[in-house]
Design a protein around this ligand. Structure first.
Ligand code: HEC
Length: 142
């Protein structure tokens, strides 16, 4: 992922330099110069869009903080176990569960889309950041 971003930035830099140099490509043919410049600007736009999409895709996993999730999980451990493996039959294991699934469940408990009298008050005070961190933490456990 980082390599892909680095390549895109390199491409962008090269194109930027070309656009800057374009002014002098056809000094006697304005129409042709503008055509070349527009093509290069379009190329730039495409690269910037790809770059933005790549960064956006990488963002959730970059943002989640497993250590912060672990710190926040102290209260959860009472029911879901110290390492996300519950000792009580009615309390589900969370260790190794899919990160996106955990996030969705916590958001659903918070919004009321998934109803449970025990989990609703647990999810209520969690921020989006808490939810992302807790989900990353439990997903990281085996
Ligand atoms: C008092 C006990 C208790 C505490 C504390 C608790 N939970 Fe739960 N949790 C439950 C129960 C019971 C369920 C099952 C709910 C159901 O049947 O829908 C559950 C379900 C879940 C689920 C859905 C699991 C699945 O497989 O669908 C997630 C995610 C979850 N809890 C996360 C947390 C987090 C994060 C915390 C701490 C902020 C926490 N829980 C604190 C009892 C608890």
């Amino acid at each position: 992922m980082n390599l892909a971003i680095a390549r895109l930035i390199e491409k962008t830099t090269i194109l930027l330099r070309k656009i800057k140099d374009s002014r002098d490509v056809f000094p006697y043919n304005r129409t042709q110069s503008i055509f070349v410049i527009n093509k290069r600007v379009d190329g730039m736009k495409k690269i910037m869009m790809t770059l933005a999409a790549t960064v956006l895709m990488a963002a959730p996993s970059l943002a989640a903080d497993i250590a912060a999730g672990k710190a926040k999980s102290a209260v959860c451990a009472a029911c879901h176990g110290q390492a996300g493996v519950s000792a009580v039959p009615m309390y589900p294991n969370l260790a190794g569960q899919k990160e996106e699934y955990l996030k969705k469940q916590l958001k659903d408990f918070k919004s009321g889309a998934r109803k449970d009298p025990v989990m609703a008050p647990m999810a209520m005070p969690l921020s989006d950041e808490d939810i992302a961190n807790l989900s990353a933490y439990y997903a990281s456990l085996k």
